[in-house]
Design a protein around this ligand. Structure first.
Ligand code: NAG
Ligand code: NAG
Ligand code: NAG
Ligand code: NAG
Ligand code: NAG
Ligand code: NAG
Ligand code: NAG
Ligand code: NAG
Ligand code: NAG
Ligand code: CA
Length: 494
């Protein structure tokens, strides 16, 4: 099992594997002598260590990093928890010595995947960081936590659950930082440590880990955190519950039409007609869903595709019709979000103009529903402005206009995407440069490559005069529309 990983790496980048003079430290013997020796309650299996040197690997521009080419040393090994007969695999990519910039990065996964395999590692290497990923002990880097959730039917595998929740990433960082220090002879030099992940990768467990192990990282990027996971999963079911309760199952084309109409109405509200709803809050205040009722829609048939190549693709017939009152009512109920029988809110829903993916047959796309649990928990007795100022000292929220879940949205292609957040975070941590706005790039469509800025909460973007100069403005009604009260629960929900 363990020997497949380096092969994967080489194959995916079609790189030449050679050991150069410059990377002469990328050898089995040097890595073995650099392995962590501290007693973390973990035992590394020396026979499991695999090392390979890769030169001039190239990656194309992706959601979380721009295109680049670089050399790296790939190291994988397995460890077990003392007293348990288990086996957890970790993989680290180490930059060439002359590119190393005293940084370490742990990378996260999404959904029930604890990591993105090698997919996120280039994003660390290109900033001179050692980048690490873990399999959580689930059996392989492709095995997700739900596959090992049960020991037997009815019996939860608590070891796997804790690993998924917080242990595996804690250990990944412990071992990765120790390896980095030894490998690069750092002794007393400060090693800056980071985390980057999205969705589950930003999950409350990762936020929770920041609470549990406060000194573990110097900075973390938790994109679209899937926080209050249990409640959030229920929210995912809610769209179908609405459809069942109201007895109306809107054709996907009808929902798409409602989304398109919402985008068309809301796009100019931010002062710039660019196909991007930068102020979804203004839709909440100004858009009446009922205005879509009666609008004609039509979508072509989706013919069947190869099951092998497109396992998640389901064919559908051509659809046409007009938006119905029932369709409008379903969308209104979904947007209002899940409430208990007394009308108290359980979780928040999609931001307006997001696609209604849960309402359809597949899960996962646009949410943009970032939450605010942190401010009121940390600073319960401060005014909104004071607590926000205190919070911004160490925690900043950036609402990405028109984005999908953990990536740009095809429905709003001109929207900006923060591709280089790690560089911004590094500048904040290492150079004290506070990100009042976040650098972003348009990653698709006719404005591909355009640089934009994203406002830091609670300020919101607005183009007051012409479409070229954006202001980050404070808007009380907007702020209020973002403040949710999860009052269905007596205790704070984490
Ligand atoms: C590395 O690869 C890039 C293309 O991916 C190429 O342009 C460049 O010349 C290569 N550099 C070296 C040192 O081989
Ligand atoms: C430990 O696990 C290995 C492989 O999974 C197995 O071969 C071995 O018998 C186990 N040892 C004990 C003491 O359970
Ligand atoms: C698991 O247990 C439940 C409850 O005993 C039973 O209904 C179900 O069929 C079992 N599932 C499998 C896959 O054995
Ligand atoms: C660390 O020091 C050892 C001993 O001096 C040396 O052989 C090795 O190349 C150094 N490692 C790096 C990454 O420079
Ligand atoms: C929604 O807008 C997209 C992008 O303009 C378009 O491709 C799609 O056909 C529209 N859908 C409907 C139902 O009008
Ligand atoms: C939309 O129409 C429904 C049904 O006629 C009505 O109950 C609801 O109040 C309307 N919503 C708004 C915001 O006008
Ligand atoms: C809608 O579909 C029906 C039945 O396939 C067809 O007769 C009609 O022409 C279509 N209308 C539009 C506007 O495409
Ligand atoms: C907030 O105020 C309440 C009531 O005055 C007090 O009991 C609580 O300790 C305060 N909390 C913090 C974090 O200061
Ligand atoms: C909060 O701060 C904003 C500017 O950031 C200001 O416009 C607003 O008046 C302040 N509100 C209160 C209640 O002080
Ligand atoms: Ca706009």
């Amino acid at each position: 099992m363990r020997n497949v990983f380096p092969v994967l790496i080489v194959a995916s980048f079609a790189s030449v594997v050679v050991t150069t003079t410059r990377q002469s430290v990328c050898t089995l013997s040097y890595v073995k002598q650099s392995l962590p020796t501290s007693n973390f309650g973990l035992t590394i299996d020396p026979a499991s260590v695999v090392v390979s040197s890769v030169t001039n690997a190239s990656v194309n521009s992706q959601t979380f990093f721009p295109s680049a080419h670089f050399d790296y040393c790939s190291v994988t090994f397995a460890y077990s928890h003392d007293g348990l007969n288990d086996s957890v695999h970790v993989m680290y990519w180490l930059p060439a010595s002359d590119k190393f910039q005293n940084r370490y990065l742990s990378t996260g996964g999404g959904g029930f995947a604890i990591s993105s395999g090698i997919g996120s590692l280039p994003g660390g290497i290109m900033y001179g960081a050692v980048a690490g990923t873990t399999d959580g002990g689930f059996g392989s880097f492709n095995t997700q936590s739900d596959a090992v959730f049960l020991v037997k039917n009815g019996t939860v595998n608590l070891e796997s659950l804790y690993m998924f929740g917080y242990e595996a990433h804690h250990e990944l960082s412990l071992l990765g930082k120790a390896l980095t220090k030894q490998f690069f002879n750092m002794s007393s030099t400060k090693l800056y440590s980071y985390y980057q992940g999205c969705s589950e990768g930003g999950l409350d467990s990762r936020l929770q880990k920041i609470q549990r192990y406060g000194n573990e990282w110097d900075g973390a990027i938790t994109g679209a955190p899937a926080f209050c996971f249990s409640h959030q999963q229920v929210q995912h079911l809610y769209s179908n519950v609405v459809e069942q309760t109201l007895g109306y199952y809107p054709p996907p084309c009808e929902l798409e039409k409602i989304v398109n109409e919402t985008i068309a109405f809301c796009d100019p509200l931010d002062g710039k007609t660019d196909g991007v709803v930068s102020r979804s809050d203004l839709r909440k205040l100004h858009f009446n869903l009922n205005s879509t009722i009666g609008k004609p829609y039509s979508c072509p048939a989706r013919p069947p595709k190869s099951k092998r190549q497109f396992p998640n693709f389901s064919p559908s017939p051509a659809q046409n019709g007009t938006v119905s009152a029932e369709g409008g009512a379903v969308v209104a109920a979904i947007t209002d979000s899940l409430r208990d029988s007394k009308g108290r809110r359980v979780y928040f829903s999609y931001q307006p103009a997001a696609g209604f993916v849960d309402a359809q047959t597949q899960y996962n796309a646009a949410t943009n529903s970032w939450g605010l649990s942190v401010r009121s928990i940390m600073y319960p007795n401060m005014s909104f402005n004071d607590s926000t100022t205190a919070l911004n000292d160490w925690y900043r929220l950036f609402l990405v206009p028109g984005a999908g879940h953990c990536g740009p949205s095809t429905a709003q292609p001109n929207g900006p995407w923060p591709q280089t957040s790690l560089a911004v975070l590094i500048d904040w941590v290492e150079n004290g440069i506070e990100p009042t706005t976040l650098d972003a790039t348009v990653l698709q469509g006719k404005h591909l490559g355009e640089q934009q800025q994203i406002c830091g909460w609670p300020l919101r973007p607005y183009w007051p005069n012409d479409e070229t100069s954006m202001e980050c403005q404070y808007d009380q009604a907007s702020t209020d529309s973002w403040l949710y009260d999860l009052d269905a629960f007596k205790l704070p929900v984490y």
